[in-house]
Design a protein around this ligand. Structure first.
Ligand code: DC
Length: 264
Protein backbone atom coordinates (compact mmCIF):
# COMPACT_ATOMS: atom_id res chain seq x y z
CA UNK A 1 0.00 0.00 0.00
CA UNK A 2 1.27 3.47 -0.79
CA UNK A 3 0.04 5.43 2.14
CA UNK A 4 0.50 9.15 2.04
CA UNK A 5 2.24 9.87 5.30
CA UNK A 6 3.37 13.41 4.70
CA UNK A 7 1.95 16.64 6.00
CA UNK A 8 -1.79 16.82 6.30
CA UNK A 9 -3.22 18.17 3.11
CA UNK A 10 -6.11 20.49 2.79
CA UNK A 11 -9.45 19.16 1.68
CA UNK A 12 -10.40 15.80 3.18
CA UNK A 13 -11.67 12.93 1.14
CA UNK A 14 -15.35 12.53 1.68
CA UNK A 15 -15.03 8.77 1.68
CA UNK A 16 -18.61 8.23 0.63
CA UNK A 17 -18.26 8.28 -3.11
CA UNK A 18 -18.74 5.39 -5.44
CA UNK A 19 -17.37 5.39 -9.00
CA UNK A 20 -17.55 9.15 -9.16
CA UNK A 21 -15.23 11.18 -7.03
CA UNK A 22 -16.28 14.56 -5.79
CA UNK A 23 -13.80 16.94 -4.28
CA UNK A 24 -13.60 20.58 -3.51
CA UNK A 25 -10.22 22.11 -4.06
CA UNK A 26 -8.61 22.42 -0.63
CA UNK A 27 -9.94 25.14 1.61
CA UNK A 28 -9.86 23.64 5.11
CA UNK A 29 -7.16 21.43 6.54
CA UNK A 30 -7.87 17.75 7.01
CA UNK A 31 -5.72 14.65 6.93
CA UNK A 32 -5.96 12.43 3.91
CA UNK A 33 -5.37 8.78 4.64
CA UNK A 34 -4.53 6.93 1.48
CA UNK A 35 -4.98 3.19 1.84
CA UNK A 36 -4.71 2.13 -1.74
CA UNK A 37 -1.65 1.21 -3.78
CA UNK A 38 -0.39 3.95 -6.08
CA UNK A 39 1.71 3.28 -9.15
CA UNK A 40 3.47 6.40 -10.41
CA UNK A 41 3.98 6.88 -14.14
CA UNK A 42 5.96 10.06 -14.80
CA UNK A 43 7.70 11.53 -17.82
CA UNK A 44 7.91 14.47 -20.22
CA UNK A 45 5.36 15.78 -22.72
CA UNK A 46 4.51 13.52 -25.63
CA UNK A 47 6.16 10.42 -24.22
CA UNK A 48 2.86 8.54 -24.26
CA UNK A 49 2.31 8.43 -20.50
CA UNK A 50 -1.47 8.75 -20.68
CA UNK A 51 -1.93 5.95 -23.20
CA UNK A 52 0.47 3.66 -21.37
CA UNK A 53 -0.92 4.46 -17.92
CA UNK A 54 -4.48 3.98 -19.13
CA UNK A 55 -3.65 0.60 -20.66
CA UNK A 56 -1.76 -0.43 -17.55
CA UNK A 57 -4.79 0.48 -15.43
CA UNK A 58 -7.08 -1.58 -17.68
CA UNK A 59 -4.69 -4.51 -17.52
CA UNK A 60 -4.39 -4.47 -13.74
CA UNK A 61 -7.98 -3.40 -13.01
CA UNK A 62 -6.70 -0.20 -11.38
CA UNK A 63 -8.22 3.28 -11.45
CA UNK A 64 -6.51 5.68 -13.86
CA UNK A 65 -5.90 9.31 -12.93
CA UNK A 66 -4.08 11.94 -15.00
CA UNK A 67 -2.61 14.77 -12.94
CA UNK A 68 -1.90 16.66 -16.18
CA UNK A 69 -5.64 16.83 -16.81
CA UNK A 70 -6.07 18.54 -13.44
CA UNK A 71 -3.47 21.17 -14.38
CA UNK A 72 -5.21 21.59 -17.71
CA UNK A 73 -8.55 22.22 -15.94
CA UNK A 74 -6.89 24.75 -13.66
CA UNK A 75 -5.31 26.57 -16.61
CA UNK A 76 -8.64 26.73 -18.41
CA UNK A 77 -10.40 27.91 -15.24
CA UNK A 78 -7.94 30.76 -14.72
CA UNK A 79 -8.33 31.95 -18.31
CA UNK A 80 -12.10 32.00 -17.78
CA UNK A 81 -11.50 34.26 -14.78
CA UNK A 82 -9.42 36.90 -16.43
CA UNK A 83 -5.92 35.49 -16.91
CA UNK A 84 -4.81 36.36 -20.42
CA UNK A 85 -2.20 33.61 -20.56
CA UNK A 86 0.78 35.88 -20.08
CA UNK A 87 2.82 36.44 -16.96
CA UNK A 88 2.20 34.58 -13.70
CA UNK A 89 -1.46 33.89 -13.04
CA UNK A 90 -3.04 34.61 -9.67
CA UNK A 91 -4.08 31.27 -8.20
CA UNK A 92 -6.79 32.78 -5.93
CA UNK A 93 -9.76 31.91 -8.22
CA UNK A 94 -8.91 28.22 -7.75
CA UNK A 95 -10.07 28.48 -4.13
CA UNK A 96 -13.67 28.37 -5.25
CA UNK A 97 -13.20 25.82 -8.03
CA UNK A 98 -14.70 22.36 -7.54
CA UNK A 99 -13.57 19.45 -9.61
CA UNK A 100 -14.81 15.91 -9.84
CA UNK A 101 -13.89 13.13 -12.16
CA UNK A 102 -16.93 11.69 -13.89
CA UNK A 103 -17.57 8.02 -14.46
CA UNK A 104 -16.12 8.42 -17.96
CA UNK A 105 -12.87 9.80 -16.53
CA UNK A 106 -13.55 13.32 -17.78
CA UNK A 107 -13.36 16.24 -15.36
CA UNK A 108 -16.44 18.12 -14.20
CA UNK A 109 -15.66 21.62 -12.98
CA UNK A 110 -18.17 23.51 -10.85
CA UNK A 111 -20.76 20.94 -11.83
CA UNK A 112 -20.33 21.11 -15.61
CA UNK A 113 -18.24 19.45 -18.29
CA UNK A 114 -15.41 21.71 -19.43
CA UNK A 115 -16.47 23.42 -22.69
CA UNK A 116 -12.95 23.57 -24.13
CA UNK A 117 -10.52 21.20 -25.75
CA UNK A 118 -8.41 20.45 -22.69
CA UNK A 119 -5.90 18.48 -24.75
CA UNK A 120 -5.21 21.25 -27.28
CA UNK A 121 -1.75 22.75 -27.76
CA UNK A 122 -2.99 26.05 -26.33
CA UNK A 123 -4.10 24.46 -23.08
CA UNK A 124 -0.92 22.32 -23.00
CA UNK A 125 1.18 25.49 -22.92
CA UNK A 126 -1.08 27.27 -20.41
CA UNK A 127 -1.06 24.22 -18.12
CA UNK A 128 2.72 24.13 -18.18
CA UNK A 129 2.86 27.84 -17.27
CA UNK A 130 0.24 27.53 -14.51
CA UNK A 131 1.92 24.46 -13.03
CA UNK A 132 5.09 26.40 -12.26
CA UNK A 133 3.13 28.36 -9.63
CA UNK A 134 3.72 26.78 -6.17
CA UNK A 135 0.23 27.72 -4.93
CA UNK A 136 -1.33 25.96 -7.91
CA UNK A 137 0.80 22.87 -7.29
CA UNK A 138 -0.22 22.77 -3.61
CA UNK A 139 -3.87 22.75 -4.59
CA UNK A 140 -3.35 20.19 -7.31
CA UNK A 141 -1.37 17.89 -5.00
CA UNK A 142 -4.06 18.09 -2.31
CA UNK A 143 -6.71 17.31 -4.87
CA UNK A 144 -4.80 14.35 -6.31
CA UNK A 145 -4.25 12.84 -2.86
CA UNK A 146 -7.88 13.39 -1.92
CA UNK A 147 -9.13 11.73 -5.11
CA UNK A 148 -6.82 8.76 -4.54
CA UNK A 149 -8.02 8.52 -0.92
CA UNK A 150 -11.63 8.54 -2.11
CA UNK A 151 -10.91 5.80 -4.62
CA UNK A 152 -9.32 3.78 -1.82
CA UNK A 153 -12.35 4.39 0.40
CA UNK A 154 -14.70 2.91 -2.18
CA UNK A 155 -12.80 -0.38 -2.06
CA UNK A 156 -13.65 -0.78 -5.74
CA UNK A 157 -10.07 -0.79 -7.02
CA UNK A 158 -6.91 -2.50 -5.82
CA UNK A 159 -4.90 0.56 -6.78
CA UNK A 160 -4.52 3.75 -8.77
CA UNK A 161 -2.23 4.43 -11.71
CA UNK A 162 -1.39 8.11 -11.37
CA UNK A 163 0.47 9.77 -14.23
CA UNK A 164 2.28 13.09 -14.29
CA UNK A 165 5.63 14.77 -13.79
CA UNK A 166 6.22 14.62 -10.04
CA UNK A 167 4.13 11.72 -8.76
CA UNK A 168 7.11 9.63 -7.72
CA UNK A 169 9.12 12.57 -6.38
CA UNK A 170 6.48 14.73 -4.63
CA UNK A 171 2.84 13.66 -4.74
CA UNK A 172 3.36 10.02 -3.68
CA UNK A 173 7.05 9.62 -2.85
CA UNK A 174 6.23 6.36 -1.00
CA UNK A 175 4.63 4.72 -4.02
CA UNK A 176 5.97 1.16 -4.15
CA UNK A 177 6.26 1.20 -7.94
CA UNK A 178 7.46 4.14 -9.98
CA UNK A 179 8.05 4.28 -13.70
CA UNK A 180 9.63 7.15 -15.57
CA UNK A 181 9.16 7.11 -19.33
CA UNK A 182 11.61 8.81 -21.68
CA UNK A 183 12.05 9.24 -25.44
CA UNK A 184 14.03 11.65 -27.61
CA UNK A 185 12.54 15.09 -28.36
CA UNK A 186 12.11 14.12 -32.00
CA UNK A 187 10.26 10.89 -31.25
CA UNK A 188 7.95 12.63 -28.78
CA UNK A 189 7.26 15.49 -31.18
CA UNK A 190 6.44 13.03 -33.97
CA UNK A 191 3.98 11.17 -31.72
CA UNK A 192 2.32 14.41 -30.68
CA UNK A 193 2.28 15.66 -34.30
CA UNK A 194 0.52 12.51 -35.53
CA UNK A 195 -2.01 12.81 -32.70
CA UNK A 196 -2.74 16.49 -33.40
CA UNK A 197 -2.85 16.08 -37.19
CA UNK A 198 -5.99 13.97 -37.01
CA UNK A 199 -7.86 16.99 -35.60
CA UNK A 200 -5.97 19.74 -37.43
CA UNK A 201 -4.40 18.90 -40.83
CA UNK A 202 -2.57 22.28 -40.90
CA UNK A 203 -0.44 21.53 -37.85
CA UNK A 204 3.31 21.64 -38.56
CA UNK A 205 5.92 19.13 -37.40
CA UNK A 206 8.45 21.87 -36.70
CA UNK A 207 6.03 23.91 -34.60
CA UNK A 208 5.17 20.83 -32.52
CA UNK A 209 8.88 20.11 -31.93
CA UNK A 210 9.51 23.71 -30.85
CA UNK A 211 6.48 23.66 -28.52
CA UNK A 212 7.50 20.36 -26.93
CA UNK A 213 11.05 21.62 -26.30
CA UNK A 214 9.76 24.82 -24.74
CA UNK A 215 7.35 22.91 -22.51
CA UNK A 216 10.10 20.47 -21.49
CA UNK A 217 12.40 23.31 -20.62
CA UNK A 218 9.74 25.00 -18.49
CA UNK A 219 8.73 21.74 -16.76
CA UNK A 220 12.33 20.71 -16.05
CA UNK A 221 13.68 24.04 -14.84
CA UNK A 222 10.88 25.33 -12.62
CA UNK A 223 11.79 25.85 -8.95
CA UNK A 224 9.06 23.66 -7.49
CA UNK A 225 8.73 19.95 -8.29
CA UNK A 226 10.60 20.02 -11.60
CA UNK A 227 10.18 17.12 -13.97
CA UNK A 228 12.71 14.45 -13.06
CA UNK A 229 12.88 10.75 -12.34
CA UNK A 230 12.68 9.70 -8.69
CA UNK A 231 15.87 7.99 -7.52
CA UNK A 232 13.95 4.74 -7.12
CA UNK A 233 12.02 4.96 -10.41
CA UNK A 234 12.43 2.41 -13.18
CA UNK A 235 13.33 4.37 -16.31
CA UNK A 236 11.84 3.02 -19.53
CA UNK A 237 13.18 4.42 -22.81
CA UNK A 238 10.20 4.20 -25.15
CA UNK A 239 11.96 5.60 -28.25
CA UNK A 240 12.01 2.34 -30.20
CA UNK A 241 8.84 0.87 -28.73
CA UNK A 242 5.19 0.95 -29.66
CA UNK A 243 2.45 1.05 -27.01
CA UNK A 244 2.37 -2.73 -26.57
CA UNK A 245 6.15 -2.77 -26.28
CA UNK A 246 6.13 -0.16 -23.51
CA UNK A 247 3.38 -1.99 -21.68
CA UNK A 248 5.30 -5.24 -21.93
CA UNK A 249 8.46 -3.55 -20.63
CA UNK A 250 6.53 -2.21 -17.63
CA UNK A 251 4.63 -5.42 -16.90
CA UNK A 252 7.96 -7.26 -16.99
CA UNK A 253 8.67 -5.61 -13.63
CA UNK A 254 5.56 -7.13 -12.04
CA UNK A 255 5.47 -10.56 -10.56
CA UNK A 256 2.05 -11.39 -11.94
CA UNK A 257 0.22 -14.65 -11.67
CA UNK A 258 -2.61 -15.45 -14.12
CA UNK A 259 -5.19 -14.32 -11.57
CA UNK A 260 -3.54 -10.98 -10.92
CA UNK A 261 -4.48 -9.42 -14.21
CA UNK A 262 -7.61 -7.51 -15.00
CA UNK A 263 -9.07 -7.48 -18.49
CA UNK A 264 -6.31 -8.48 -20.92
O1 DC B 1 0.81 15.50 -18.81
P1 DC B 1 0.22 16.72 -19.49
O2 DC B 1 0.87 16.99 -20.81
O3 DC B 1 -1.28 16.62 -19.63
O4 DC B 1 0.52 17.95 -18.51
C1 DC B 1 0.24 19.28 -18.86
C2 DC B 1 1.15 20.20 -18.07
O5 DC B 1 0.84 20.10 -16.68
C3 DC B 1 2.64 19.86 -18.16
O6 DC B 1 3.30 20.56 -19.21
C4 DC B 1 3.19 20.26 -16.82
C5 DC B 1 2.00 20.16 -15.91
N1 DC B 1 2.07 18.99 -15.03
C6 DC B 1 2.85 19.10 -13.91
O7 DC B 1 3.53 20.12 -13.72
N2 DC B 1 2.89 18.10 -13.00
C7 DC B 1 2.20 16.99 -13.20
N3 DC B 1 2.24 16.01 -12.28
C8 DC B 1 1.42 16.83 -14.37
C9 DC B 1 1.38 17.86 -15.28
Amino acid sequence: MAKWKGNPVAGGASGNVSRETVEKIPAAVATVNVTVEVIAVDGPAGVGKSSVARRLAERLGYYFLSSGLIYRCMAWYLTERGWDGSGKPDAAPLESMTLRIGADGEPIVDGSAVPADLRSERISTLASVVSANPAVRERSNGLQRAIVADIGATGAYPGVILEGRDIGTVVFPDAPRKFFLTASDEVRAERRYLELKTGDPTVSREAVLVAIRERDHRDRTRDVAPLKAADDAIVVDTSGLDLDGVLEAILGHFDLGPNDLGTP
